[in-house]
Design a protein around this ligand. Structure first.
Ligand code: GUN
Ligand code: ZN
Length: 426
């Protein structure tokens, strides 16, 4: 057994609903780790006394937390992060599709997967749900790399059979067949989960959406991820492509792609019927704030969506998002919420990046919090990682005041330790 000692943050409820009191902070706490899982959490002195034989790692004032969970990311877009000046449809055509074409080469896919996981872990992200590309090799590379690192990750083959360039289009049948083969190869193996992944309605024919809806009906325990109502121009395009649809969500609903295990990225410009239906089926949303400001998509209505009872996770959406850091992503979520005049408390931001994302991805019984029996995917956060943050934190009069400068200004320098399944990675 190993005892990690430091400040500890964990949750006993949902701070979006219950406020900051749902969070628990221990100024001198400990997490006991055994066989890759959390065995106990509590006051440091009490755990030391209860486990005198445990190996002790004293992290001082560093903050021990569940690792961050990125609810929506495109690992193949790692190398095109921060591509200038376009809005969604031009951005996809100018930067995204040419970049994704390169994943036809399995060695390139393996190289980028390795780079991506290095970046994610160095930023304290221990689980994520990624889009791959249309190429099965991009999915194999992703899962092989995650498996070698012992990580709990989700992802799937991005399906497109129209409005994409040569080399990036499949058909309804090949999307079904290749997704099904990848699902049976990877889903439930070690800590991996396959996610059925139509990119979004504009790049799938009704036949392809129907085929993927049928696949999901055969594997209802899998997640399904896609994009929904990210930009106004995109919504107009969808209306033109699906004139019979009541709204954007209906282009998924009509083909069996609306359900409790659905994770819908962005969801900024929703109509009232869409919110009602998402809530009725118990679907989840992925909020991607650095992407939404970077691509100029709009301001997600966090207060409205959580008040409506929707599960919401936090996500980088890199390379549409401009950072791999979930700290930077929390900062952007705070700023977007400020512009909507509903500021998020640090406890709420931290929850969104950990347990909120875990709940959105339905992995919250395994990861996203610190509690006995949960998998020991943990991070140690230095709350004084730069001179500027340090001089601000030292003036703090509460734990939340000490934490907030790291949320707003922290980056990978703040991630002092990362444990995956109880094993220290860095
Ligand atoms: N909509 C469809 N594909 C994408 C993508 O790759 N990134 C973002 N941000 N939006 C999308
Ligand atoms: Zn995306």
């Amino acid at each position: 057994m190993e005892l990690l000692i430091g400040q500890v943050i964990r949750f006993e409820g949902d701070p979006m609903a219950e406020g900051p009191a749902a969070a628990r902070h221990l100024a001198r706490g400990a997490v006991a780790v055994e066989n890759g899982k959390v065995a106990a959490v509590g006051e440091a002195e009490a755990l030391r006394a209860a486990h005198p034989g445990a190996r002790v790692t004293d992290l001082g004032r560093q903050l021990i937390s569940a690792g961050f969970i990125d609810a929506h990311v495109h690992y193949p877009q790692t190398q095109m992060i921060a591509s200038w000046g376009k809005r969604l449809i031009d951005w996809l055509n100018s930067y995204t599709f040419p970049t994704e074409t390169g994943f036809a080469d399995p060695r390139h896919a393996a190289d980028v997967a390795s780079l991506y996981f290095d970046l994610a872990l160095s930023h304290g992200t221990t689980s994520m749900c990624s889009y791959c590309t249309i190429h099965p090799a991009s999915v194999d590379a992703y899962f092989e790399e995650a498996r070698a690192r012992g990580m709990r990750v989700l992802g799937g083959r991005t399906c497109m059979d129209r409005n994409a360039p040569d080399g990036l289009r499949d058909t309804a049948q090949t999307a079904y067949d290749e997704s099904a083969a990848l699902l049976s190869r990877w889903h439930g193996r070690d800590r991996l989960g396959y996610v059925i992944t139509p990119r979004f309605s504009p790049t799938s024919t009704p036949e392809q959406l129907r085929a993927l809806g049928a696949l999901w009906a055969e594997h209802p325990d899998c997640l399904m991820q896609t994009h929904l109502s990210e930009q106004v121009d995109e919504i107009a395009w969808v209306k033109g492509l699906f004139p019979e649809a009541r709204d954007y969500l209906d282009t998924y609903e009509a083909f069996g792609l609306l359900g409790e295990n659905g994770v819908y990225g962005h969801a900024i410009h929703l109509e009232p019927r869409e919110i009602v239906r998402l809530k009725e089926v118990g679907a989840a949303l992925a909020h991607c704030p650095t992407s939404n400001t970077f691509i100029g998509s709009g301001l997600f209505d966090m207060a409205g969506m959580t008040a409506a009872g929707l599960r919401v996770g936090l996500a980088t959406d890199t390379g549409g998002g401009s950072s791999f850091s979930m700290l930077r992503t929390m900062a952007a979520a705070y700023e977007v919420a400020q512009l909507r005049h509903h500021p998020l408390h640090p406890a709420q931001l931290w929850w969104l990046a950990t347990q909120g994302s875990a709940r959105a991805l339905k992995i919250d019984t395994f990861v996203g919090n610190i509690a006995p029996g949960m998998e020991a995917d943990l991070i140690a956060v230095d709350l004084a990682s730069t001179p500027l943050i340090a001089q601000r934190a030292v003036r703090a009069e509460s734990f939340w005041e000490e934490l907030f400068p790291t949320i707003m200004m922290g980056d990978d320098r703040a991630i002092a330790g990362v444990w995956v399944g109880g094993t220290r990675q860095r």
